[in-house]
Design a protein around this ligand. Structure first.
Ligand SMILES: NC(=O)c1ccc[n+]([C@@H]2O[C@H](COP(=O)([O-])OP(=O)(O)OC[C@H]3O[C@@H](n4cnc5c(N)ncnc54)[C@H](O)[C@@H]3O)[C@@H](O)[C@H]2O)c1
Length: 278
């Protein structure tokens, strides 16, 4: 259901690659809520992804940018402001990638060049987006910037690898920049910590099916879907949450507050029985 929550608002959405992407769902919902936006991704992702389809469906221009390149980000922001004839109101940063995960390098055998890439793409790029927007004064007062995070920033999850460090840094950047952006320009900056979700990036974490089953059993409300994450983003971009800033907002069905649930305990006990029999 649409509520016109973003009527008249303009934005930039980073990270939509294909139908499964969380950013894709956010773009669809933002369109339904009356927003106009620019879609952006790397030139490679634009070649292999399906972004043209989303651009057509939402009437949005695509402006390529590698989020690790300050030059690309400056061009993106300038062109976006030209396109809209003024400043924007919201930004979604939905960007993540680890070469260590992709190449199967475990956390006690990291390739440090890959680690630097992980941090640059998945976290420092958020600082670059914020700093570029701040320098060009690209965001209206009471604007809202959101990056997507994961509970591995606080807790250790098997196989999440150096992405955990990237998410911890990402959340810290939201607080540190959120203070300055709020104080100087009344712009809010938050991260949304989403349940594991089956997307291209999510599938890179080996064993995601087992993880998703575990978090589903542990969460009293069940895993949050990409569509539900998009709904939550609408509220954070809207004027209904003007005083929410510098927060890491868990959107995970309650998982992050759980220690053990009945449904998970039942499964665990079952596997113990099998273990004892064998
Ligand atoms: N899928 C999950 O389980 C899950 C859970 C919590 C948080 N997240 C986060 O959500 C965000 C979106 O991921 P997703 O799950 O929708 O997967 P996805 O693979 O659809 O999106 C990741 C995007 O990052 C883009 N990207 C990579 N390098 C880039 C660069 N240098 N510049 C610009 N864009 C670049 C990719 O092209 C892709 O569009 C990520 O930050 C991810 O860590 C995902």
């Amino acid at each position: 259901m649409a509520y016109n929550l973003l009527k008249g608002k303009k934005g930039i959405i980073f990270g939509a690659l294909n139908h499964m992407s969380i950013a894709w769902k956010v773009a669809e919902r933002a369109h339904e809520e009356g927003a106009e936006f620019v879609l952006t991704n790397t030139p490679v992702a634009l070649r292999f992804g399906e972004l043209d389809e989303l651009a057509e469906a939402t009437g949005s221009p695509i402006i390529p940018a590698d989020a690790t390149s300050e030059k690309d980000l400056e061009e993106l922001m300038k062109k976006t402001m030209e396109h809209f004839g003024g400043k924007i109101d919201f930004v979604l940063h939905a960007i993540g990638m680890s070469m260590n995960v992709r190449k199967g390098r475990v956390y006690n055998d990291l390739d440090y060049n890959y680690l630097m890439k992980t941090l640059d793409i998945s976290a420092v790029s958020f600082h670059k987006v914020l700093q570029t927007a701040f320098r060009l004064d690209a965001i209206n007062e009471w604007g809202s910037v959101v990056a997507l995070s994961y509970v591995a920033a606080q807790r250790t999850l098997y196989r999440y690898n150096d992405m955990a460090d990237a998410k911890a840094l990402l959340e810290s950047i939201a607080r540190s920049f959120g203070y300055i952006y709020g104080r100087e320009r009344k712009v809010r900056v938050n991260t949304i910590s989403q349940s594991p979700t089956l997307t291209t990036a999510g599938s890179a974490v080996k064993g995601i099916d087992g993880l998703m089953d575990f978090t589903e059993r542990m969460s009293p409300l069940g895993n949050a879907t990409a569509e539900e994450c998009a709904d939550y983003c609408m509220t954070i971009f809207s004027d209904l949450t003007k005083k929410v800033t510098m927060q890491n907002l868990f959107h995970d069905g309650g998982f992050s507050s759980m220690g053990m649930s009945f449904r998970a305990m039942k499964m665990y006990n079952k596997s113990l029985e099998i273990d004892e029999k064998s």
